[in-house]
Write a protein that binds this ligand. Sequence first.
Ligand code: G3P
Length: 220
Amino acid sequence: MEIFIDTANIDEIRQANDWGILDGVTTNPSLVAKEKDKGKDFKAIVKEICELVHGDISAEVVATRYEAIMHEARILAKIHKNVVVKVPLTPDGLKAVKTLKAEGTRTNVTLCFSANQALLAAKAGAYIISPFVGRLDDAGHDGMEIIEEIREIYDNYKFDTKILVASVRNPLHVKQAALIGADIATIPFKVLEQLYKHPLTDAGLKQFLDDWAKLGQQIK
Ligand code: G3P
């Protein structure tokens, strides 16, 4: 499973990239807006991320009508070869996805909340589909259930659209995504940190080092 980080914060991206586990980055207008105080232009942020992480970098349009989506998508696609243009799952959005695919531009169809929506996105030619599991959980549904449904539908018809589990809230979402066979999980920085953590690892390491210290030896 590919691991992406879900942020527009360069420091978080740099740190996670330094761990050597990062395959890509997803951003969205809200995540970019959080970085507004840094006074960087959106395209400059996207370019900086592309130069940091050598993988798929999702950058989202904010237009909603077909022609305007196409205009913004072509601008974003020109920033870097690794840019994947994020488009909302609407009729105009999927119409743009189909045109963009024909132009050789990869798309990440976002704000997906049902298997039927994911079916339409795959038929439109989406490179990635982003079902939001955390927001479904927040609304009282079982967010991971649609990941299972989408995996089955895509496998039934051999759609090559990648399932990117988004709106991840905790390490359990990551494990479930991997068990189901999702292609990608995009994970907030704090959850990435949690993936490494286990109290028995910490306790075990402490015990090893305490016991070693009694030897009075060094490895050199
Ligand atoms: O970036 C897309 C998605 O991961 C955002 O999820 O629910 O944390 O805003 P959320």
